[in-house]
Design a protein around this ligand. Structure first.
Ligand SMILES: O=C(O)CCC(=O)C(=O)O
Length: 250
């Protein structure tokens, strides 16, 4: 196993870490090819979303649950370094994949992801999960890269409300007391090249802005956990909120 001392220290202190060249250019090529195939497949309506350009043509915005449609993708997630990192960070690893998405964020029309914590979606008792987000295109502040409130996992899980985009349906309830608390944490925009990744824990507060630039900002993400268990009460509350969100967006 590689030496993950730096990675684990960053995850513990900042709650996110950038790893350069996580996937080779060759793997990226395969991923792009696989995504093209999946885009053409007949997916569950909830797993593929579009935005409309100024000619009312649809442009791909996001695809979700990719691991359920693609053996290639499932293997990629199971075999990559994330399995060793989760073991080092939390001492165990579950084979369950929580999430696997493409955020296509097309130039000019890419949608923001409102601020959230991933455990608002995963509902794990201790929140022991890691998400690996891999840049397919170069991504920085200009084209809607991810931003993190460094160290903000210390705040614990905040109240989320059903608001956002299909596929990113929850956001933190931005009460005055939340806004006061979050000011203590530095907002960091990541700057990454194709193949670089950022790994973050399930409590760090993060999001991304609209992509109004002239360059696409495609990225994939996937999440796995330790042997931490899903909290059934939290899960039920989440499902109720999700249904409210889906009914509003029918
Ligand atoms: O790519 C994005 O804009 C959002 C991704 C995200 O929120 C995540 O990976 O947890």
């Amino acid at each position: 196993m590689k030496d993950y001392t730096r990675v684990i220290k960053k995850l513990t202190d900042d709650n996110f870490v950038i790893i350069r060249n996580f996937f080779t250019q060759n793997t990226l090529k395969e991923i792009k090819h696989e995504i093209k195939k999946i885009e053409k497949m007949n997916l569950n309506k909830r797993d593929k979303h579009y935005v409309y350009d100024n000619k009312n043509q649809k442009v791909l915005s996001s695809i979700h649950n990719i691991h359920l449609y693609s053996e290639y993708y499932k293997n990629l997630i199971n075999e990559c370094e994330l399995k060793n990192i989760i073991l080092k960070r939390y001492g165990s690893r579950s084979k369950r994949i929580f999430n696997a998405s493409l955020f296509a964020k097309p130039k000019a029309y890419g949608l923001k992801t409102k601020i959230h914590q991933d455990n608002a979606f995963f509902n794990l008792k201790k929140g022991e999960a890691l998400t690996c987000w891999v840049a397919i295109d170069a991504s920085n502040k200009k084209n809607g890269s991810l931003f993190y409130y460094k160290g903000s996992s210390a705040l614990g899980l905040q109240k989320h409300i059903p608001e956002g985009n299909l596929g990113a349906s929850m956001t933190i309830d931005q009460t005055t007391s939340f806004l006061k608390k979050i000011k203590k944490y530095k907002k960091i925009f990541i700057d990454v090249k194709p193949g670089d990744c950022v790994i973050h824990d399930a409590l760090v507060i993060h999001g991304s802005e609209n992509n109004t630039s002239s360059t696409n900002r495609r990225a994939i993400n996937f999440s796995i956990s330790s042997l931490d268990k899903v909290d059934k009460i939290k899960l039920k509350k989440y499902k109720d909120k999700l249904n409210r969100f889906l009914n509003k967006n029918k």
